[in-house]
Design a protein around this ligand. Sequence first.
Ligand code: NAI
Ligand code: HIS
Ligand code: ZN
Length: 425
Amino acid sequence: MKIIKVKQNSQEVDRICARGVAPTEEIHQKVKKILEDVRTGGMAKAVEYAQKFDGLQGKKLSVSESQIAKLADKVSPTLAKALRQAIKNAVAFHQHELNDLKGFSFQGKNGEVLGQRIRPMRRVGLYVPGGAAVYPSTVIMNAVPALVAGVDEIVVTTPAKDGIHPSVAFVLRELGISEVYHIGGAQAIALLAYGAKGVEPVDKIVGPGNVFAAIAKKEVFGVVDIDMIAGPSEILVLADSSADPDFVAADLLSQAEHGSGFEAALCITDNMDTAKMISECVDEQVERSLKKELLEKVLENFGRILVVKDWFDGVAIANRIAPEHLEIMTREAEELSQSIVNAGAVFIGPWSSEPVGDYFAGPDHVLPTNGTARFSSPLGVYDFVKRMSVIQYSQKAILKNGKAIAEMANTEGFFHHAQAVLKRL
Ligand SMILES: NC(=O)C1=CN([C@@H]2O[C@H](COP(=O)(O)OP(=O)(O)OC[C@H]3O[C@@H](n4cnc5c(N)ncnc54)[C@H](O)[C@@H]3O)[C@@H](O)[C@H]2O)C=CC1
Ligand SMILES: N[C@@H](Cc1c[nH]c[nH+]1)C(=O)O
Ligand SMILES: [Zn+2]
């Protein structure tokens, strides 16, 4: 793995910060064409694309409840237990988010009541990736916050080259999700956003995916809401000489293996010897891996060990990179974590390996990538609710404030606004 000495403003840091910002024009045009084709061509086009790209056999996108049940029964008892526990942990975590979603109301001096109410969205679409891997864990991470929020209708789309995987079916059944379509990529996003015969459009699309899904979501924003750009997985490990290089290497490769080819596996260290040891461990683990070719491609692209002069520079660079996952394996890791402001999730200390968060701990694994952790948050219950203002004026309040309101309206040239208020005085 390449080792590079860097400062805060080095070219290599700039290159990493610009990752994924500009996908090729070719990909952009392709996504736009698919979206437009499905918008205008409806179900027939969606089926055509799903057959071409998503392994759909036959002409039916929808997966029936009985198919889901049959597949779900194939899951082994030990996996069933693990998946059930992961669901429990996610529910427990997301329920805490409800504490910040209570709304409020208060009474003003003249008896007027003002407030904010929180309402769940009615119908949401969950994108569950499935091109290069199967993601039962992502069904959990997408669906649990939606269920905790109280969303009425949940729709899942997922590509599945070899049909819906039993583990995915198991989680769908466990969570009571029955509207499922065998379709992925940009065509799935189009189906969710625009609808088609037999498929009602959704209000919001959430969930991670490769560049095709991520760009498509960006394109349909405005027709529907979206959660964030949750593209190819990324990890940045901060490691000093106290870190176990074998752990660091293993964690780096855990994200490089996702399979879209656009993932990032980065490390920052303040120690050249540590850098060399981590690099050797990565090379050894890659050499032994069955996914050697894939890992080499990802590491060539965005696999780097950056050596900094001190942690002041190290933290500044980490905050510029704003990675999806940030692991800290240094002395005083908790203290160092307090300086981190931009990351999707922070994993503190040697036992908090990234896959703990991918599968089990409870916090959501749908996280912002490509530096968007500067302004986006993990998927949460808050993504599935809206806020609504409430104004309940009293007669006393309108009598007191009516003239002031009318004057403001007249200033804006809005005679009828003024009249509406003056009539009540
Ligand atoms: N940021 C996050 O929170 C998370 C990110 N991920 C990331 O999601 C990604 C999943 O990627 P995939 O396995 O590929 O599954 P995917 O479901 O996102 O993409 C597969 C689909 O992409 C479309 N596609 C592929 N090649 C195409 C082409 N040449 N033209 C048009 N469409 C094409 C097809 O419709 C295919 O079914 C990985 O990069 C993984 O790292 C996964 C989980 C969480
Ligand atoms: N690491 C993925 C999530 C994942 C699911 N399964 C394995 N990993 C992410 O980007 O969050
Ligand atoms: Zn992962």
